[in-house]
Each structure stands twice: as C-alpha cells, then as structure tokens.
Design a protein around this ligand. Sequence first.
Ligand code: HEM
Length: 474
Amino acid sequence: MVEATVAAAKLPPGPKVNPFELIKELLAGDTQIVTNPLAYFRKLHAEFGDLVYSDFGIGRFYFTDNPALIRKIFVSEPRSYAKADAYKEAALFLGKGILNSEGDFWQTQRGMVQPAFQKSRLYAFARSMVATSDAALARLGGGTDVSALSMHIALENICKFLFGSDFAANEQVIREAVHFGNDFISRRIQAPIKLPIYLPAIKNLRFLYYRFQLDQILYKIIDQRLAQGDAPQRDLLGMLLLAEKEHGAAQLAAIGGGAASSASMPVSNVRKEQVRDEILTLLIAGHETTGFTLAMALWLLAKHPEIQEKLRAELAQKLSAGADIDPEELESCTYLEAVVNETLRLYPAAWIIGRRTVADENFEGHLLKKDSELQICILALHRNAKYWSDPDTFKPERFLGETPEPSAKQAYMPFGAGPRRCIGNIFALLEMQIAIAKILVQYRLTVKDTREPEIEYLFTARLKHTLPVDFVSL
Ligand code: HEM
C-alpha cells in the first residue's frame, strides 16, 4: 500500500539549473542562496510553490515552507528524517556531540545534558549572567561595537555555565578558535567539492591547529576536574562527568560487572572524548547564535527609539530597583519578551535547517525520494506574508494581544521544533533579556547609520562588519 502511494506520487516542480554555472558560483561564494537567501527563497517559493525540488546537477534537494510538512519533519515523525549532510561536516569539529548524533545514541546524550538546562538551574545561574553584563558595561566607551560586546557577553556566559571559572585565562584562544572553526566548517558545507582536511592547504592546517588548541584546553580542564574526585560541581562539566560515571557504572552492570556505583567507577571509564565533544558542541551552538541575536536586538532598539522607550518604561515599572535582576520578575516583562522574539523572527541565527529523507514517501501527491536533502529556510518562513502582517517590519506587538501572530504555529521556529528543539533556548532568552534590561536602564541607544547591516549566511548567521551603536548615559 505504501509502495502504491509512493508510486503514484510525482516530483514537485523546481528550477532547472546549469550545474557548471552553480559550481562556479559556489566556488566564488556568490550564489544568491547564500548572498541573499531571503530574496532567493521568496522567489523560489513564489514561482514553484511550497515544496520545490531540484537536483541542481549535483544531488537531490527539496525546499519547503509548508507548515504541515515542517510539522511532520520536526514534530510528528522526527525519526523518519535524519540530520542533513551539513551536520556531518560539523562533526569534523564537534565530534559526536548532541547536535550531530542520531537515534538511541542521541537520546542518551540528550538525557545526560538536559538536567543542566532545567529552569530552576538556569534561574540560579542568572546572577552570574547579571555579573557578566555588569562587567562588560563597566568597560564601555561612548560608541560601541554591539557585535563585539554581544559576542563577549555570550561567550563569557556559556563558558562560565560549562566549566565555571576556568574561562578567563583561555578567553582569547577560545574566541579565535571557535570563530575560525565555525567559519571553516560553514565554508566546507557550502563548497561543491570537499577535499580531505588532512591535505596540507593553509586553511586546513589552521583549522587543525585551532582544533588542537581547543582540545588542549578542554582536556586539561576535564583532567583537572577528574583529579578533584567527586567534589560536587554545579557547572555543566561537573554534571556531565557525574552522568558519564553513572552511565559507565550502568554499562558495567549490564555486561555482568556487578552493581557498580558512580563513586566507585574508575576515572579511566569516563569517555573523555565524549565529554569534550559535548562541551565543544554547547560552546559552539550557544555562543555566536546568541551573540548575533543580542547584537541585532540592540541595533533594532537603537533604530526604533519609540520601541526602546516603551520597553524602558516596562522595565522601570516591572523590575525592582537594584543591581540584581530577578528572573521571576523578568517573566512579567512581556514587551521585553516580544522584542527578543521579534528580533529572532527578523534575524534568525539558525537561518536554515536541513534534514535528510531516509525512505521514499508521498507527501500530498509529491514524491520525496529517499536520501535527499530537505531544507527549510527559517529566515524566509519568518518573513512569509502568508503568516505575518508587514513581514519585514520590526513590530514586537505582533506577538502580544488577543490574536498574536503567526497564523500557523510552525511558521515561527527560531529554536527549531520537536524533540531536537534547541536545548539552550531558555538559557539564550534569559541571557539576552538580562543584558538588554541592564543596558536599557542605564543607557539610551542611538544609531547614525540605519542601513541594514551586512550578514554572512554561514552554518549560522554572522555579522560581516562591526555594528556601531552609541550608548548615552541616562
Ligand atoms: C539565539 C540563540 C540560539 C538559537 C537561534 C538557536 C537555534 C537552534 C536551533 C534552530 C536548533 C535546532 C537545530 C536542528 O533542528 O537541526 C538548535 C539546537 C541546539 N542548540 Fe541552539 N540556539 C541558540 C542558543 C543555544 C544555546 C545558548 C545553547 C547552549 C547553551 C544551544 C545549544 C543547542 C544544542 C546542544 C542543540 C542540539 C539539540 C539536539 O539536537 O538535541 N543553543 N539551536
């Protein structure tokens, strides 16, 4: 029966592309898919509908902005779709962390990491986020590159959350290595021909060097922790090492090694490489994404003084005076939440998400062939006039009121959806809200150059240049 329905399905329409032209453009880095994805995907879906197919002469690709199909892929049948090929490239850097892994292995890893992201734990960590923002603001001059400021805040927050105080001494190396690693992997993902990374080309050697440096830092931190024994640690590394020991003890018991407790587990049984992969994955996934979004939020607020004033009035009314910010109080700041949501809508850091079909199937008469790439451009989805009024306008109010937008639930997913939804979404929202609140109660933001900043669409979106905003003391 399934075979019969698949046999009846037809390939969706799509563009005919000259593969040689495309490869030339990809090699030069000037294909519109990455230089202006919003224009590209808007035109593609306007011309061919909400499910588009093309082999581009180099493979099988589907593009969709159909909410029912998106729901099926992410929420109702996620096991029927594997992660896209891009994640295999990311594995060169991240190893087998939870962003790349699949199936039962992923489920176990998610179970180990998830407890660190409970709301109560994140709320307890909020004090450290406040301190990070305070320290960054104490070093401010009048004119500020909000891109550098936001990246710094995001990197410090995630490092402190992952491995506590070991951050400061290694900040510069971590920042450079993470930046370059992200760039290198993204360009490999977009390259039509992927050469082995051990070929002695300058970029490969730089990548291997940075990866080695990061490994040195991370393994040193892990070894120091293991040497401290079972002293309770509240950061994620401490929790992960404990979970690893429990996992090792359970494995040992399962293969007949008798009931072992985590305390009696030899340290050598801890999968240090797995711990490294998990920590680096969280560092990468949680740093530039949040840094980019926070920078865009500050720039948008500077560009829209009336929205900035309205937000400042809410903060004055809802937050108690004093240096600390209580996360419970932040929950009542609905306009602040709407401002962050609206920034994530207009400028989603994870601008495209991909999966791979694992079997042939029929979706509403369209044939989805096994082993094809299935891409959802979140940026275009978030600006689709079918689901959003005035889609290119910054209007936080759209998330409030009796009939908030969007009109279809799956039309808004800055953090993905379903079981593979971003594990750090509450962490990211909290740190951004804290930083914005801290800034707005002390400064008025203004901007001279209101042109759209240039964005590089890599694995995640990144600002191409500095983003100057004036901070005027109140
Ligand atoms: C504005 C900031 C962020 C955005 C826009 C964002 C976006 C996303 C999206 C769209 C996904 C799903 C990817 C997919 O389905 O293929 C994801 C997954 C993930 N994110 Fe985030 N993220 C952000 C911040 C963070 C932070 C702060 C952390 C860590 C503290 C984090 C850790 C992760 C991890 C580990 C995954 C993989 C989860 C899994 O597959 O089980 N992210 N993120």
